[in-house]
Design a protein around this ligand. Sequence first.
Ligand SMILES: [Zn+2]
Length: 563
Amino acid sequence: MTFQYIPYQRPDIHILLEKTEDLIVQLKQEHPLSTIIDLIQSFFKLQDDIDVMAQLANIRYSLNTSDAFYEAERNFFDEHSPSITEAFQKVIHTILSLPQKESLKSHFGALFFHKYEQQIKTFHPSIKEALIKENKLITEYSKLIASARIEFDGNILNLSKMAPYMQSLDRDTRHQAQLAVSRFFESKEKELDDIYDQLVHVRHGIAQKLGYDNFVQLGYDRLGRLDYTQKDVDVYRRQIEQDVVPYVASLIVRQQERLHIDNIKSYDLSIKFLSGSAKPKGDKETLLEAASTMYQQMDPTIDLFFQFMRQHELLDLDSREHKESGGYATLIPNYGYPFIFANFNGTAHDVDVLTHEAGHALQMYVSKDLIPEYRHPTLEAAEIHSMSMEFLAWPWMELFFKEDTQKYYFQHLSDSISFLPYGALIDHYQHDIYEHPNLSKEERKQRFRTLEKRYQPYKDYDDDAFLNKGTYWYRQIHVFSDPFYYIDYTLAQVVAFHFWKAYRDNKEHALKTYLSVCKVGGSMTFSDILKYHDLPLPFDENMIANLMKPLKTYLDSIDDQHL
Ligand SMILES: [Zn+2]
């Protein structure tokens, strides 16, 4: 069945609540272990049935935001998801208090229980109001960002329409574009400060109500981290500061030479080559055919997966009117269908969709038969599948980039390395904020600018006094919407660097390891996935220094001045 024929039906919340109550009653009765296991399996089925409809409503609305039917369905889920969560939490409570817990641990694995225990810790009915407020503030932030109307080049533009100007090959244009964007954020400074201040206090309040000292550990628990602590992340960030920041500084010097300028400024950083960035050659169909060829030659399982995606029409890649912006990969359970949503724009981004999002979708495809709690790993582990696929795809990049291939390699690897200090900065800043929730709005900016100078000493804002004040984080949505998530991208990135090297050393072995990591899904923690596969752990001292050696050797061997 192709995607469009999957039937949708709005779930009946009353029936759902009855079913969960009934399940709780049954679980509390005396039963042989096999019956208890069946009851828990029927709970999984209940969760999946709801999830299918929620996914369909979400996907179909994002494909066409003018579709009134799916708009109503999406609103239905927004409205009822707190009650659904609460009902499921009650079942989880019951499962956690079962006398057969030890036998169930050996059946489902101990991690299953640890995940449930952690989820329970992060919620209590008494914080419901505060959670609603938190969500409202996040929506307010998104609306404010979406409301941007910037006068530039004779047009009124939103922030994403400003991007091409910010990346203009004409230096004065990108300089003026940066100033125009800064003027927009400056005009909203008070509102953004207020939203963030309220978010910090709401989160701190929730944490205290749940018995935490401050929001930091609650933030970690919300992300499902069971295997590493703030101290581990601190060790990791320090490695980035020591072993990556100086190298990125040297890459910036090379970039400055390539751009034939003396004093590189913040608005120059996105320009990699005087002749522009590497671009894919050909339209959507050409790129899709190239991807099919690539996966067919890469591995039989991955080939089957990609054929499955195309046959069942599980890729929606065109940019169209009324389609939501951005991109994602998600899974429709029961059917076991991954779905890839993207907006192609003719840049290297389109190839990233076919590698990065395909990596996510592949993991969902190969671990679709696991129980719901194990199907999706924590976010830093989930990005391993996608970011590593970007590197496993390297031998086929010529199919996409033709004469721009060398340029693409240099750009991809140097950009990925340059991202690490920024990721660490955003993470460090949030630790600072939630450890000191009572900092004033001005103090927060000063702290950000001080950290920025440590992690990105090469970032010179020139005459942009507003960014100089320490306000760059205003435009990083994760700071508002998903506290502590950002470092996950960097954790996955360094593991992906390992795959970059491993694949060059031994293709077959690296691919086998990669597929095994995908199949494990979320049945292990991030650290256990790495240990189990003999992969280096980012929290170990010297991990980054060792990892950087081959990357530097490779980048230093490229004559980037003549690309
Ligand atoms: Zn991703």
